[in-house]
Design a protein around this ligand. Structure first.
Ligand code: ADP
Ligand code: MG
Length: 723
């Protein structure tokens, strides 16, 4: 009997193994067929030749042609990873780095983290055997701090360069220097002309900001670095010009005709128009997946809920819709769902932010719905305020979006605005470096030894006033000395933390004032989107739940209460079960307490990561217990740039930055300690339209009160609303 059952088990075991092998084999075959069918497959040899001939190559190709997934594999197979060197590919977005790395590992038939891996802030899935490494551009900038010659890479590919994120713009400037320095180190630079012998042309004699390199590895020889800049849009010229006339090659993509539809009139409610269009397509058009461009997580989640509600009202045979959201902060297992094939007879509706414009190529799309909006960063250097606002897209973005419908066959794009509005759109999107706070980037450049920020060879220079403003902020945070050099230890420590300078400062000052444990939690909790949620049908319950956590000492302490309550709960459960089960238990707790479980889990992850960073830096993690005064002082000493003054009519005005230069942070600490009521603080006349009631419930506003009249509004990124 025992024998029999054993046999049976072994038998069934081996047959599942066999099945799995067959499945794997079929999957591998399908993948390799897919790879061969990509437009880029036909030009593999030519591309490799061009990379061999040119130290810098610009590759332009339509989205979906196979640039991101295939080119690194071509290079690997062509022997570009000899002597343990790697190929690094940077992406502007974490989502792209993760999904693409997973895909490429699968195509190569290797385990993720082995030959193919990825590294993003707070998550490193690589090993010593990783040769193809996807990462965010910000991460590569950080690597340059430790390894200024980027010596482990033979090739660096800057992907999605057309996105023109701050980090990728800065990275291009840095890579230009690294390339020249490496050529110099091994005599590849023509000493007479100061040009690398093959390919690149320097514009100025002093193009290499040599201070970065002189300190390090002097006399050491480095093999030349190959640089590839990849872009989906048409404008290769700016990159080519920037690199002194570098060679650009075009990869033909597949593009079938896309029929464009406009609305007759402007839509008063584009979300409603989106819903109507989704169902119109679903009920009237042939099968094929729909891609909807929305502006952010909250919008995506509410549209998802509305579609799910309405689909249930359809006759049963019309209910075959699969809805998949994709946005940056979605956990990566869930992001991968967009790539799962749609069950037969079903239609997939993908609700995406602009990451689906070019970063992530989703197969199967036949219809695109484009409300024509995007959430973008904007920065007002005068006030020193950065905000995320919903703005119209550019014509180039509209074209990219509609193009997504025609990769596998003819498609349709529904623009939810009249054609006359399209004509009014800007031709292309303004590079981010022209519209964001530069403090972070400047801190990193300073740490890399680039002292002359205004003279740095940016592909497009940010305005002088934005640079000055950001320098001023860093100065106020104590990161720069009077001579505008990185201060030691504060500035240097700040540059080591992969965080917004304000957060870094908060941690450093908190370690001094013995409340780092609280500040770690605060920074982690502020790094994620809304912590509380209040479903419309349970508003009262949600409010009551929130009250339970809320602290009269401010929202930061409220957040700490939430974090600790979750920790205590999990500890009490003494979970020895696996991660999956623990996650499930935590999700349940979140639901009962009206906490956004995705945000909380994300915050717990970030907390662990930052804790490691500060421990490595040797900071002591101590709690201030119930005496939160020092903790609140530390908040004020680091978040003071977000301070606003409450007006009698209930609105808020930001404090003028002119006040701050009079204080260093030590003085500021003293200042908040004293009675602030009699202190005349000048403020400017900005009227905050968007300061209204309600957002506290969404968890986006953080306030802090001293005395009666002065209210510091400490938003994580933007001033939002305060009740
Ligand atoms: P490009 O960089 O030129 O836009 P990619 O290399 O990203 O192109 O993608 C090429 C093709 O590979 C896409 O059209 C898509 O069909 C497929 N693909 C890419 N990533 C994934 C993934 N994670 N899962 C399934 N298919 C993918
Ligand atoms: Mg790509």
């Amino acid at each position: 009997m025992a024998q029999g059952s054993l046999n049976k088990a072994t038998l069934s075991g081996s047959s599942t193994n066999d099945n799995r092998k067959v499945d794997n084999f079929a999957r591998r075959q399908k993948l390799s067929q897919h790879r061969r069918s990509l437009p880029i497959a036909t030009v593999e040899r030519r591309l490799i030749d061009e990379v061999r001939k040119n130290d810098i190559l610009i590759i332009v190709g339509e989205t979906g042609s196979g640039k991101t997934t295939q080119i690194p594999q071509f290079l690997f197979n062509a022997g570009f990873c000899k002597e343990g060197k790697s190929i690094g590919i940077t992406q502007p977005r974490r989502v792209a780095a993760v999904t693409v790395a997973k895909r490429v590992a699968e195509e190569c038939g290797v385990e993720l983290g082995q030959r193919v891996g990825y590294s993003i802030r707070f998550e490193d899935v690589t090993s010593s055997s990783t040769r193809i490494k996807y990462m965010t551009d910000g991460l590569l900038l950080r690597e340059a701090l430790l390894d200024p010659y980027l010596s482990r890479y033979s090739v660096i590919i800057v992907d999605e360069a057309h996105e023109r994120t701050v980090q990728s713009d800065v990275l291009l400037g840095l890579l230009k220097n690294v390339q020249i320095a490496r050529s110099k180190s091994n005599g590849h630079l023509d000493t007479e002309t100061n040009k690398p012998k093959n390919g690149m042309v320097l514009e100025k004699e002093n193009d290499v900001q040599s201070s970065i390199f002189l300190k390090h590895d002097q006399g050491k020889k480095f093999p030349p670095l190959k640089l590839i800049v990849m872009s989906a849009s048409l404008d290769a010229r700016v990159f080519s010009d920037y690199f002194g006339g570098a060679k650009a090659v075009h990869v033909q993509g597949r593009q079938f005709p896309v029929e464009i539809f406009y609305t007759f009139h402007p839509e008063p409610d584009y979300l409603d128009a989106t819903l109507i269009t989704v169902f119109q397509i679903h009920l009237e058009e042939a099968l094929g997946d729909i891609l909807v461009f929305l502006t952010g997580q909250e919008e995506i989640e509410s549209v998802e809920r509305l579609i799910k509600e309405r689909v249930l009202q359809l006759p049963e045979n019309n209910q075959r819709l699969v809805i998949v959201p994709i946005f940056s902060s979605l956990p990566s297992e869930q992001q991968m769902r967009v790539f799962a094939s749609t069950p037969a007879g079903y239609r997939k509706v993908i609700l995406a932010t602009n990451i689906a414009e070019t970063s992530v190529t989703i197969p199967g799309i036949k219809y695109v719905i484009d409300p024509g909006l995007v959430k973008a960063r904007s920065y007002d250097p005068k006030q020193g305020l950065e905000s995320l606002t919903v703005v119209p897209i550019s014509k180039a973005q509209a074209l990219q979006r509609s193009g997504r419908a025609g990769r596998e066959g003819a498609g349709k794009c529904f623009r939810l605005y009249p054609e006359s509005e399209f004509d009014k759109l800007e031709n292309s999107t303004k590079p981010e470096i022209k519209r964001c706070n530069l403090a972070n980037v400047i801190l990193q450049l300073k740490a890399l030894g680039v002292d002359d920020i205004i003279g740095f060879d940016f592909i497009e220079k940010p305005s002088r006033s934005a640079i000055v403003k950001s320098l001023e902020q860093l100065f106020l945070l104590g990161a720069l000395t009077d001579e505008c050099k990185l201060s030691d230890p504060v500035g240097r420590q700040m540059s080591k933390l992969p965080l917004d300078p304000v957060y870094s400062k908060a941690l450093i000052v908190a370690s001094e004032f013995k409340c780092l444990q609280e500040m770690l939690i605060t920074v982690a909790m502020l790094s994620v989107e809304s912590m509380f949620y209040a479903p419309r049908d349970k508003l009262d319950e949600a409010r009551a739940a929130m009250k339970f956590f809320s602290s009269p000492e401010g929202d930061h302490l409220t957040l700490i209460n939430v974090f600790r309550a979750a920790n205590e709960f999990m500890e009490k459960k003494n979970l020895t079960c696996g991660k999956e089960k623990a996650d499930k238990i935590l999700r349940k707790w979140c639901k009962e307490n009206f906490i956004n479980s995705r945000s909380l889990r994300h915050a717990r992850d970030i907390h662990n990561q930052i804790r490691e960073h500060v421990q490595q830096m040797g900071l002591r993690i101590v709690s201030c217990g119930d005496d939160t005064l020092n903790f609140r002082r530390c908040l004020a000493a680091s978040f003071f740039l977000n301070a606003a003054l409450k007006q009698p009519e209930g609105t808020y005005r930001t404090l003028a930055s002119v006040i701050w230069p009079q204080w260093d942070c030590g003085k500021l600490l003293n200042h908040v300690q004293t009675d602030t009521r009699n202190h005349h603080i000048p403020y400017n006349n900005v009227f905050f339209q968007h300061l209204q009631c309600g957002d506290i419930a969404a968890g986006r506003v953080w306030y802090f009160q001293f005395g009666v009249e002065l209210v510091y509004v400490l938003a994580s990124t933007v001033f939002q609303k305060l009740s």
